[in-house]
Design a protein around this ligand. Sequence first.
Ligand code: PLP
Length: 404
Amino acid sequence: MSKTISYGRQTIDRTDVEAVTEVLISDYLTQGPLVKAFEKVLCEYTGSRYAVCCSSGTSALHLACLAAGIKDGDFVITSPITFVASANSILYTGGKPLFVDIDPDTMNMDIERLEETIKVSSRVRAIVPVHFAGLPCDMERIYRIAVERDIVVIEDACHALGAMWRGEDDRWYKVGASSHSHMTVFSFHPVKAITTGEGGAVTTNDRGLYERLKTLRDHGIIREPDRFIHMDSSIEPPPWYYEMQELGFNYRLTDLQCALGISQMRRIDEFVKRREEIACLYRELLSEYPFIKTPEVDENNYRSAWHLYPVRIDFDGLGIDKGSWFRAIAERGIRLQVHYIPVHLQPYYRKRFGYTWGDFPEAERHYLEEVSLPIYPLLTDDDVKTIVKEVVTTLTCASARLSV
Ligand SMILES: *Cc1c(COP(=O)(O)O)cnc(C)c1O
């Protein structure tokens, strides 16, 4: 193969380049009119009342945890099968992540286990469900469990811009509408559904949370005169005046990045549709090979955004060393990825909280078997066919127990 295919990549066209170039020669590079414009686009697309864009998905998660009021000693539940940022953001606020093992069929947090964990722990302040690979969690159940106990729900939807699910009322809900959560977090890293380079956003329907998110994104600074503390409201404040009322951050997204975001959002439906087609083609082509387990989506009730195409292969059972096989297929131009090393097994988490192998068996089995096949809009049908052929050939070569 002549080109290298990686597990994910951005889709940039001329209109994106022009949109960014236009900003570059305009008056504002950072906090101009496009920040609000991008937030408006995100609201229109997700159906959420408010959106706050910020410098990355990670900073968006951090802001959401802060706005949720998570503080020292609070427990926050999340999945061990996620990017470290989901759990790290909890740590930034002084909270302690509690992991709930996954359901191997959906690869999302197991809701039965979530209920058990909540019952034994009284200090759970928030839940951060992760829509793994773009498949939404059962938000109706999660939200019900949470609301009963006054627990905040922050959806980590970094994989799931464009995903939907059908409610018990038969309506389709979009991820990001925050219809069954308090806040939803997105990432615009280049491998995600749309990109702004680095970038992220929080959507919410709660005015109070929206104000908190905006203030914390901007150093904790307030610029609206009616919210000033140290000014007599009957006197007009001087033009330069602003107040820092709490310790915030510079987590802002720039106009340059928002221009790219707005331009990308024009094609979001196209992007998701193409990812869906690729997932379909993979399923069809891989159905002949029972040793590769493809992800199953209950299409009557869920529409995945297909951020990843996670397959499971029983490497141990087949007598294949996963690492060697990974290197062999990379040499043939296909760079796969594994999502994820369970967060609780990261050295930092083991050392700090004493986690070890065996703590979350489904997540660990997932880690040993999971491989993410390339999926992104620019991948052609021929690319997909080549990938399947290479995966099957290299697996067969590596295993004494397989023959074509
Ligand atoms: C990408 C990602 C993040 C972090 O987003 P960044 O924009 O890279 O900071 C958080 N959670 C999940 C599940 C992600 O995939």
